[in-house]
Design a protein around this ligand. Structure first.
Ligand code: AHM
Ligand code: MG
Length: 344
């Protein structure tokens, strides 16, 4: 008689959160509840991303209103709405920041004020939306400056350095939907099982390979780069050093480019334009793009710095949408980059 194959034990995100919470004495459960609200919105966004090509009103970058005067939905605006609607009334946040909003987002009157802040890029890589290429959501959670305050949160509560994050993570809407996050201990990945509608533990204690053969950057911008950056890129492509040239992989979606490098090893660079005024400080946003990715990279054994070599997690944002340069990836690859900028 054939024996019944043993079923692999599957741990859902909810179970995982409860078990992790039990390890922390006196945990209030507030953080776990916040994560659940975030994940609920992520599932809604994942559902819409999966059928984006079927919904004519959700693709494209047309004007805000259609001929009937109705607001035309774009996927990034939709995602922003989904996360905001779920998060601002969840009772665990005191203020939010989103890439889609110039100003801070306040908790509506009548709703409980929590001790956390959230900064979010609801749908990163929006230039890829219409072409079925992987996109993502990036988020960063801090504790407010005065954890006991019941007053509305302020911009100051949001503008904290990356090293003070309580959690940093992303959701990638790729061939599968994955949630990857760290609370500062290790990096964990969960994959959405569409048949269950649940994120299941799929990647425990993720470690970024110490070296990697992939480099990801928008080389079309190379004429604008500093000589140091140009020299580094020339070096990793050359055969002069006797090494094999690195392989270029660039999706143009930070979440997808980072996720691949987290698993396979490599380096991602978004330098600043030194010869044009488009991105004099780099393109990516410190608060809700670079800092959470840097938190994950470091917890996975990697590194994240600016093109000047400053540690991303040490930077204190001065404004919500401040931009930064970003060099992130495997430890030895970033260290090699640093030798190029110190060489003058
Ligand atoms: P977005 O937040 O407007 O989507 O821009 C951020 C994205 C990142 O995902 C990606 O790394 C970068 O912009 C790509 O920029 P470029 O098209 O200039 O290479
Ligand atoms: Mg973005």
């Amino acid at each position: 008689m054939n024996s019944i194959p043993k079923q692999k034990k599957q741990i859902s995100l909810s179970q995982y959160i409860i078990e992790e919470q039990l390890k922390i004495p006196h945990a209030s459960g507030e953080f776990s509840a916040l994560l659940n609200h975030l994940v609920y919105a992520a599932k809604i966004v994942a559902r819409e991303v999966r059928k984006a090509g079927l919904l004519h009103d959700i693709l494209g970058s047309t004007s805000d209103t259609n001929v009937q005067g109705e607001t035309q939905m774009k996927l990034d605006q939709y995602a922003d709405g989904a996360f905001n609607n779920s998060l601002k009334i969840c009772g665990h946040l005191c203020v939010l920041a989103s890439e889609e909003h110039e100003e801070i987002i306040q908790i509506p009157n009548g709703y409980a004020m929590g001790k956390y802040t959230m900064s979010i890029d609801p749908l990163d890589g929006s230039s890829n939306i219409d072409t079925n290429v992987s996109i993502g959501t990036i988020f960063s959670i801090h504790q407010r400056l005065d954890a006991n305050s019941k007053e509305p949160g302020t911009e100051k509560d949001l503008l904290q350095r990356g090293s003070k994050q309580r959690c940093g993570g992303y959701i990638i809407y790729g061939s599968s939907t994955m949630l990857v996050f760290t609370t500062g201990k290790f990096v964990t990945g969960f994959t959405l099982d569409p048949s269950l509608g649940e994120f299941l533990l799929s990647h425990e204690n993720m470690v970024m390979p110490e070296t990697g053969n992939i480099y990801s950057t928008n080389e079309g911008n190379s004429s604008y780069w500093s000589d140091e950056v140009k020299n580094y890129i020339h070096h990793i492509k050359s055969i002069e050093s006797g090494k094999k040239p690195k392989t270029a992989r660039y999706i143009g979606s930070l979440v997808a480019d980072f996720h691949r490098n987290l698993l396979k090893g490599g380096i991602f660079l978004y330098p600043n334009d030194t010869k044009s005024s488009k991105y004099p400080n780099g393109k990516l946003r410190l608060l809700y793009e670079a800092a959470p990715m840097a938190f994950i990279a470091e917890q996975a054994g990697g590194m994240a710095v600016t093109v000047k070599g400053e540690r991303i997690l040490d930077l204190e944002p001065k404004s919500l949408h401040e931009r930064t340069t970003l060099v992130i990836g495997s430890k030895r690859e970033v260290e090699e980059f640093l030798t190029f900028i110190q060489k003058k």
